[in-house]
Write a protein that binds this ligand. Sequence first.
Ligand code: CAA
Length: 379
Amino acid sequence: MNFQFTEEHLNVQQAARDFAQTELLPGVIERDEHQKFPMEQMLKLGELGFLGMMVDPKYGGSGMDSVSYVLAMEEFSKIDASASVVVSVNNSLVCWGLETFANEEQKQKYLVPMASGKCWGAFLLSEPEAGSDATSQRTTAEDKGDYYLLNGTKNWITNGSTAKYYIVIAQTDVEKKHKGINAFIVEKDSPGIVVGNKENKLGIRGSDTHSIMFTDVKVPKENRIGEDGFGFKFAMKTLAGGRIGIASQALGIASGAYELALAYSKQRKAFGTEIMNHQAIQFKLADMATNIEAARLLCLKAAYLKDSHGDYALASSMAKLYASQVAMDTTIEAVQIHGGYGFVKEYHVERLMRDAKITQIYEGTSEVQKIVISREILK
Ligand code: CAA
């Protein structure tokens, strides 16, 4: 056992922390209020190599490990979860799936630009009637010989309007159920694609969430990822890594709220002393610090298993289940410690509380994580 980070890990963590303070913090309240996508910030993150962090440099990535990814995700998410979800989706749901399962031609054409941060992608699995029950895909991809014809609607798509490329999961053969599902790389500008209005959300309001409609969209045969019928396994394997990203996002939201509450408790006075001297506050801070440390260890363990090519589906679901609960609990208590100030926007903790909720929903609800965990421990 070794709990030491390498010098490279610490450098990545510091670079992410600096970026969050200098580039994400200014304007974060306004972006949240006006639902403004952090475009300028994402382009800079792309230039710095954070959008393809774990991709091999020969495909335009930064060649870092998953532990570095957890550390960077935590730092970005302390400040701006609307920005960090873009980092997570592009790294885990888009680039990882392409690097692991796409062929060389697909990698050159699509992975290289997205891993090098010139543009980013989106992962289109959820549908109006297929959220947790992901095998019930209604979007169809009809085999027409040298192309597939895509029809259907996808919901809750992160990066829906700003992505250049979509990874679309669709049903090719209904009879075969999940074994008839495929994954495709689809260029967003293809004729027949309509991007719906931006969703007006409780949290991560800067992030770019849309429904996407496909009407007779022609997708070249060579854009299918893997063998015919591989799409559902592709989605599940990809999400196992994605959940490390969202767990780390939840960890960052929690630790951001904790740091604000800790600082506030040292300067706010009540009953003749700083509120940190009251046991009611001390116990809240003690719970927060302990829970955050446990969430961090779960995230790092999942990342370590992924880096060492172990089976990480169980660890990533545990990390996401636990860290997202810690994000909720910690942000609610951070608002409580701030009292009335916590309820107004300029103190940041109310935004973190709203942002925390989505981590219990996307990339598999907490209930889905419990399905995955119980199946793994009972097999
Ligand atoms: N790795 C490889 N294969 C896997 C797998 C994994 N981690 N998990 C499941 N599979 C395989 C199974 O082995 C099975 O294959 P076989 O029949 O060949 O054995 C197949 O997938 C079907 O699995 P299940 O029988 O377990 O399927 P199920 O219908 O019971 O569903 C589920 C399982 C875990 C609930 C799954 O549907 C699921 O994860 N649902 C949640 C989907 C989700 O996370 N959506 C998030 C949307 S993306 C998003 O939020 C992105 C964003 O924008 C932020």
